[in-house]
Design a protein around this ligand. Structure first.
Ligand SMILES: Cc1cc2nc3c(=O)[nH]c(=O)nc-3n(C[C@H](O)[C@H](O)[C@H](O)COP(=O)(O)O)c2cc1C
Length: 225
């Protein structure tokens, strides 16, 4: 089992995206999985020019020579691709979106319709499991709507008001969350699937009372900053 992990937070090892990614990879490591992880901001990834050369001129190959040269083959050979992102303005961070746009060479130009939706055929046959782990600052799940829509078939790990993990004692608001993330790393590396019950634990929802408490706590802290 091979796992390719990306942390797209510009805060790299100082952010909450990292805390969650580390937990997931810890679980995967317990199975003996082979793990490779990268900070997206350290990678040389040019923006897609929209030239479609990777479809018509040089099928499967982009015009750019940069880190996507080694990332793309790994994205098709590895078993699990883990994408960690902060939510910026209700979306995945642009560093990750740029990387994602550069995956066009993995698709074929041909279209097919499935369940009323049109898709492109994949160039590679291997089924790679994607994990999308997102964190945000507001306490509402609505902040993840775009991210979920971009990766509908991925396993979602979604922690709102994620800064709670930085505060002393903050873990009491999300009891068992980090253990569930670690277990997800273990289970996906072992069996490539999770139970519905387990998936539900990875998408954190707060009650209205907790949200109110969080907002008050945040505002108090902001006044002191
Ligand atoms: C420019 C910017 C935009 C943000 N937009 C949102 C947002 O739309 N919704 C939200 O809940 N949090 C938003 N946040 C908060 C981040 O998602 C939050 O700080 C997150 O923990 C950052 O991840 P990291 O700790 O891994 O760096 C934003 C932060 C920044 C800097």
């Amino acid at each position: 089992m091979k796992i390719l992990a990306f942390n797209a937070s510009p805060r790299k090892s100082h952010g909450i995206t990292e805390i969650i990614m580390k937990k997931f990879l810890e679980g995967a490591e317990d199975t003996g999985a082979e793990i490779e992880s990268h900070y997206v901001v350290d990678l040389d990834i040019n923006g897609c020019t929209g030239c479609f050369s990777c479809w018509w001129k040089t099928p499967g190959k982009c015009i750019h020579r940069d880190d996507m040269d080694w990332i793309l083959p790994k994205m098709t050979e590895y078993d699990v691709v883990y994408l960690g992102t902060p939510i910026f303005h209700y979306n995945i961070i642009h560093y990750l979106q740029r990387m994602r746009e550069r995956t066009l060479p993995l698709s074929m130009p041909e279209m097919y319709i499935s369940e009323d939706e049109t898709h492109h055929t994949g160039r590679h046959k291997k089924q790679v499991h994607t994990v999308l782990a997102a964190v945000c600052g507001f306490p509402d799940q609505i902040n993840f709507n775009q991210a979920k829509g971009l990766f509908p078939s991925a396993t979602h790990i979604m922690l709102p008001y994620a800064q709670i993990l930085m505060y002393q004692g903050g873990e009491r608001f999300v009891p068992g969350f980090l253990d569930s993330v670690k277990k997800a790393g273990y289970e996906l590396a072992k069996k490539r699937k999770l139970t519905e019950e387990h998936r539900a634990k990875l998408v954190v929802e707060y009650s209205d009372d907790v949200k109110k408490e969080m907002v008050e706590w945040h505002n108090e802290m902001s006044k002191r900053m």
